[in-house]
Design a protein around this ligand. Structure first.
Ligand code: NAD
Length: 477
């Protein structure tokens, strides 16, 4: 039984939950403690007490902790990748890649802890000096989704600690295993007791307590639009900082002059790998008419070669869908797309394998328009649709015609169109001749419009959220 971490102690919760492998539902990953609201309040209180010490820790202390955590994650990437693939269902190579990303993020923020910055400048008044410094915010509540069980926690926890905050971390219900493993590494990293706390438990109790507690000065959330918007409103009402990364409906534009192999690879990679369960997945593939049919043919040829199977099986390209509920949602969207006039050109159906898992063939829906539900709402599964357009201008307008704005891609050999698209795409991240999913760990991540709220995550830009600015004036006494 895996317990919660509060004030450096492993404590039982109000109840437990079973963590089941979506590739094989007979495989129990473990039983995990579930905190209630009272235990969440206890974790917040100890984090508040621990903050006073950690906020005054030296850059060297912070570097040592984060560097040690990063080194251990990297050294154990295969073992932790195996655990991640077992509980979430991405393939083992994908899972090992995610773990390595988490390790590199801790290493990056170890370095950032040594570069807190600050400015010194003369006042406009004679004899007065001005100092501008950054201070930690206080207790940070971290609430994460299930689709990146270690990388998303890492890209929130590492900067929170690097800039001197204390943390209460609530992982997603479906993936407590990677969260627990990360907490266990942090518990041996030299952090003072109470600086980092893990409270696994339901969003409605543990998550809501973090959002509502006056002691939690900042909430960093990644997850669905509905939950995110409620959290943004609650935090704003009590003047807490809030950062929310939410859904996407990411377009990939393919122009007549694209290198078709590059375009097909970008589309298949970002629409279907990691079972399409990435907020940056391409789900609307917008193709100009000169190349539309040839592009679709090539995508179909590629899809026929992909193996859907157990995430840990060698040779699997696409693992299972995360759970039964998500699978049902994917199937509903595939059916609805056809009802609204789309043509199911490939896949979409549930398939059986040697083990009892949630296996679904990647679905490609053609003959769709941007007005159909399949083009408007996030599916969050291995489902993509193709929209035929006349030219670049219509492609750009279609790409931007969405309430979301996370990642937007274009495949073209035209410098003119690539340059214009980078300027005009309404998205936080733009990809040229690359999949819309798959980003670096040392640069900012985030979206525009309905996808994101608050300062960017990752890279040195993370400090905007995890610090506040103080301006001090000094005159010779
Ligand atoms: P979700 O919104 O259901 O849950 C996210 C987290 O919020 C979970 O830990 C959940 O327990 C918690 N939560 C639920 N109710 C809460 C409440 N009332 N108060 C506080 N916390 C609460 O999302 P999910 O299903 O876990 O993840 C899938 C979604 O995440 C997709 O929409 C996807 O696009 C999004 N996502 C976005 C990004 C991004 O960076 N933009 C990255 C990954 C996933």
């Amino acid at each position: 039984m895996y317990k919660n971490l509060i004030n450096g102690e492993w404590v039982e919760g109000a109840r437990t939950t079973r963590n089941v492998n979506p590739s094989d539902t007979r495989d129990l990953v473990g039983e995990y403690a579930q905190a209630d609201a009272a235990q969440a309040r206890e974790a917040i209180a100890v984090a508040q007490t621990a903050f006073s010490g950690w906020s005054l820790s030296t850059p060297q202390q912070r570097f040592d902790v984060l560097d040690a955590v990063g080194s251990e994650i990297l050294a154990r990437r295969t073992e932790l990748g195996d655990l991640l693939a077992r509980e979430e269902g991405k393939t083992l190579p994908e899972a090992i890649g995610e773990v390595a990303r988490a390790g590199n993020i801790f290493k990056f923020f170890a370095g950032e802890a040594l570069r807190p910055g600050g400015e010194l400048m003369p006042s406009v008044r004679p004899g007065v000096g001005v100092e501008i410094t950054r201070e930690p915010v206080g207790v940070v509540g971290i609430i994460t989704p299930w689709n990146f069980p270690i990388a998303i926690p890492a890209w929130k926890i590492a900067p929170a600690l690097a800039y001197g905050n204390s943390v209460v971390f609530k992982p997603a219900d479906l993936v407590p295993g990677s969260a627990w493993a990360l907490a266990e590494i942090l518990s041996r990293s030299g952090l003072p007791k109470g600086v980092f706390n893990l409270v696994m438990g339901p969003g409605s109790q543990v998550g809501q307590t973090l959002v509502d507690s006056p002691l939690v000065r900042a909430v960093s959330f990644t997850g669905s639009v509905g939950t995110g918007r409620r959290i943004i409103n609650s935090c704003a009402a009590r003047q807490a900082k809030v950062q929310a990364e939410m859904g996407g409906k990411n377009p990939l534009v393919v122009l007549d002059d694209a290198d078709l192999d590059v375009a097909v690879n970008a589309a298949v990679q970002s629409a279907y790998f990691s079972t399409g369960q990435r907020c940056t997945a391409s789900s609307r593939i917008i193709v100009t008419e000169g190349v539309h049919d040839a592009f679709v043919e090539k995508v179909l040829a590629k899809l026929r070669t992909l193996k859907v199977d157990h995430a840990l099986k060698a040779g699997t390209d696409i693992g299972p869908v995360v759970d039964e509920k998500q699978l049902a949602q994917n199937l509903r969207y595939v059916a609805l797309a056809q009802t609204e006039g789309g043509k199911l050109a490939f896949g979409g159906e549930v398939v059986e394998r040697d083990t009892q898992g949630f296996f679904q063939m990647p679905a490609l829906i053609t003959e769709t328009t941007n007005a159909m539900t399949i083009s408007r709402e996030e599916v969050f599964g291995p489902v993509a649709n193709v929209i035929r357009v006349r030219d670049y201008e219509e492609a750009l307008a279609t790409a931007n015609d969405t309430e979301f704005g996370l990642s937007s891609g274009i495949c073209t050999r035209s410098l003119k169109h690539a340059t214009h698209f980078k300027l005009a795409a309404q998205a936080g991240m733009v990809m040229v001749n690359l999949p819309t999913a798959g980003v670096d760990y040392h640069v900012p991540f985030g979206g525009s419009k309905g996808s994101s709220y608050g300062p960017r995550e990752q890279g040195s830009y993370a400090k905007e959220f995890y610090t506040t600015v103080k301006t001090a004036y000094t005159a010779a006494g």
